[in-house]
Design a protein around this ligand. Structure first.
Ligand code: AMP
Length: 544
């Protein structure tokens, strides 16, 4: 017997229309790409999204067509986030920091017909133009006054494009499983792979991120996603902000600690999100300020994800701003939120040091995400906080296949997706990432976690960034090499680093050598690029 409740489709349109009615006057503040601060409201964004949908329809864009963006976090990008999926088309947000060949690959693979770009990316796209096989129109996201000179063909100015159109659009109703967004993985190996989100997966993910035990975003928040809207939908925050009517603050193209600080202070941000390197930039900037009372800023939560949050970073952020760090884990294939570290009631009595150690865990999955860890043969491993294995996840916002790769099975027999991460799960369900499976150091049949070693090394006062990679060893197969970028104005020695590690890690984990570099390579999403480090040190040999 079926239930007798209404089967209303879970469409992003419902989020936008709800905001247009109930959050009409709530503010969206953008550090404009053209300069200055731009202010608008959800009511205005809904109207402009309707205009945009009309303009796209006139251009010939139909249900199922793909639109790509190379764009920062701005109100115009938010309009695309609404208009494109709500008219039944697919929004493909492309990371402009990828290599040109990868951008070309994605734009051709997605078969996008229209490319929207910020003025900052015009020169970059001019160089690629000849390699793009499907793009018919390019819309530059600015007004007439700021339109750049360009050799690009079929160029349209965003504000001119939407200006003549109607503020109402008869948004279609369709199957909630219709594709809404397309994000490609950063592709550290092979070509980037596309995760194709549906309206249903996006709405369910949004509900989940807003729940109190997850990110807990609500109407009274001022949400500041520094994580880009081209990196897994800024971890779902644009949708969450529109759903809840929280004030939304967007950093535009200005990715400096100074801009982050000014927006947090001037706009009263309560929750901000980003990868560890973002917070290093913010910390570095605020250390240059005199007589600023950082602890009285309204910021309550810093969400750190995308890469492991080291205890030293968590401590520094919490103490500097008198705020709480929420450590979260996820990936492109999981929309991305897969776990958030929130304490249980029983953790209230932990000492400060114990709380800090606890916060380095990546947290518990929200309702909807199921997790298990397995050995190389797929056998389930115990949830004892000690055994570690491949982290497998399933749920309604986890990918079941990659876009246009029908032959590639990415699920096990139970429908779980292999994350490529190695982790533990404890009795309370807290998951701790030990490593990416390809980064773990295999020493004499045992595993050494590069993340654990890096986390300890980062506690050394002169260490700015740390990365550990495995180097071939004739006896042990691999041994750890610790690579360090020192804090500005300091010059730590190998001996002082090894002394510092002594007693904080198992003896056999001690790196066989420590080297210093002037610049740490990063991926397009701001994580340390270990593949480049492995290339740089491919001929490295430990001294006998
Ligand atoms: P991406 O798809 O680019 O978002 O990358 C996803 C990968 O980032 C995951 O599979 C993890 O390896 C890594 N990652 C994300 N969050 C964390 C975290 N909190 N701690 C450690 N690694 C993380």
């Amino acid at each position: 017997m079926l239930g007798l409740m209404q089967d209303r489709p879970l469409l992003i349109t419902t989020i936008m229309e709800y905001a247009a009615h109930y959050h009409r006057d709530c503010e969206i503040v953008t550090k404009a790409v053209e300069g200055g601060i731009h202010r608008t409201t959800y009511g205005e964004v809904a109207k402009r999204s309707a205009k945009l949908a009309h303009a796209l329809a006139k251009l010939g864009i139909r249900y199922g067509d793909c639109i790509s963006t190379l764009a920062w976090n701005t109100y115009r990008h938010l309009e695309l986030y609404m208009a494109v999926p709500c008219m039944g088309s697919v929004l493909n947000t492309v990371n402009p920091r990828l290599f040109p060949e990868q951008i070309t690959y994605i734009l051709n693979h997605s078969e996008a017909k229209v490319l929207f770009l910020d003025i900052t990316f015009v020169a970059q796209v001019e160089k690629l133009a000849d390699t793009l096989s499907h793009i018919e129109h390019i819309v530059i996201m600015t007004d007439r006054a700021h339109m750049p000179e360009t050799s690009l063909k079929n160029v349209i100015c965003y504000e001119d494009f939407i200006a003549p159109e109607d503020e109402d659009f008869d948004w279609p109703e369709f199957d909630e499983n219709t594709a809404a967004g397309l994000c490609y993985t950063s592709g550290t190996t092979g070509e980037p792979k596309g995760a194709l989100y549906s309206h249903r997966s996006t709405v369910l993910h949004t509900y989940s991120t807003c729940s109190k035990d997850s990110l807990g975003i609500s109407k009274t928040d001022v949400v500041f996603p520094i994580v880009p809207m081209f990196h897994v939908n800024a971890w779902g925050t644009p949708h969450a902000a529109v759903m809840t009517g929280s004030k939304l603050v967007l950093p535009g193209a200005d990715m400096t600690g100074e801009n982050f600080y000014n927006l947090i202070k001037d706009e009263g941000c309560t929750i901000s999100l980003g990868v560890p390197t973002i917070w290093l930039a913010l910390l570095q900037y605020v250390k240059t300020l005199d007589n600023e009372d950082l602890t009285s800023l309204p910021i309550e939560h810093f969400v750190i994800g995308g890469a492991a949050a080291a205890p030293s970073l968590i401590k520094d952020m919490e103490e500097t701003f008198d705020a709480n760090v929420l450590h979260a884990w996820g990936m492109t294939e999981t929309s991305p939120l897969g776990s958030v570290n929130r304490p249980l009631a029983k953790h209230a009595h932990l000492s400060d040091a114990e709380k800090m150690a606890f916060k380095t865990k990546q947290g518990r999955p929200p309702y909807g995400i199921e997790m298990k860890i397995v050995d190389d043969d797929g056998n389930k491993l115990p949830r004892d906080g000690v055994a570690f294995g491949r982290l497998m996840v399933r749920g309604p916002w986890v990918a079941k296949a990659y876009f246009k790769q029908p032959g590639l099975n990415i699920l096990d027999e139970g429908g779980y997706f292999d994350t490529g991460d190695v982790s533990t799960l404890d009795e309370d369900g807290y998951m701790t990432i030990v490593d990416r499976s390809k980064d773990v150091i295999k020493s004499g049949g045992e595993w050494i976690s590069s993340i654990d070693l890096e986390n300890v090394a980062l506690g050394h006062p002169e260490v700015g960034q740390a990365a550990v990679i495995g180097i071939f060893h004739p006896k042990w197969q691999e041994r750890p090499l610790l690579i360090i970028l020192a804090n500005p104005g300091t010059s730590p020695t190998k001996e002082s680093i090894l002394d510092y590690l002594n007693g904080k890690i198992a003896k056999w984990w001690t790196p066989d050598d420590v080297v210093f570099i002037d610049e740490m390579p990063h991926t397009a999403t701001g994580k340390i690029q270990k593949r480049d480090l492995r290339d740089m040190f491919k001929d490295f040999k430990f001294s006998e």
